[in-house]
Design a protein around this ligand. Structure first.
Ligand code: THU
Length: 162
């Protein structure tokens, strides 16, 4: 099973109890969301939770489809839900968790490349970086990444289109 490779700036928390209480709550929401995931093809259940500056939490989980390319990741489900009706508030943090029943995960669930690009769009839209917390169900370790640039440097973005 893959281990998280070093090589990007992050902070490691050995246990959820080391995090501030409001972030503990966010991470628990991400864990809980894995239970609502619709993933009959991969059996890889992902949960995401966004914390807004008004303390509201917006959740998402992956939605798969028999036509595989149509599968949608948990992070983007949460971000597009936010984009639909919550943009008056700023996203402070994003927590991501995953559950793979056939093999307990030994590394945090990092966001895929497409989700990194979408997170980048929401960061630049609000003009503020988002703290990203990644973990997995049954894993004590939680990784904190201070803004998407740490894992998506030199991103393609809006100003290149103008
Ligand atoms: N998945 C996510 O929901 N988020 C990610 O960042 C990585 C992958 C989902 C997509 C698919 O439903 C399953 O995990 C296996 O790739």
């Amino acid at each position: 099973m893959a281990k998280l490779k070093p090589g990007f700036p992050h902070t490691t928390y050995k246990n959820i109890s080391r995090l501030p209480e409001h972030i503990q709550k966010l991470v628990k929401k991400a864990h809980l969301q894995t239970k609502s995931s619709y993933a009959p093809y991969s059996n890889f259940y992902v949960g995401a939770a966004l914390l807004l500056d008004n303390k509201k939490i917006i959740v998402g989980c992956n939605q798969e489809n028999a036509s595989y390319p149509l599968c949608m990741c948990a992070e983007r489900v949460a971000l597009y839900t936010y984009g639909t009706s919550h943009t008056k508030n700023i996203i402070k943090a994003l927590a991501i968790s995953a559950h793979y029943p056939t093999k307990p995960l030994t590394a945090p669930c990092m966001p895929c490349g497409a989700c990194r690009q979408v997170i980048q769009e929401y960061e630049s839209r609000q003009g503020k970086a988002i703290d990203i917390y990644v973990t997995a169900v049954g894993l004590d370790t939680i990784i904190k990444i201070k803004g998407i640039e740490q894992i998506l440097p030199a991103a393609f973005q809006q100003d290149q289109l103008i």
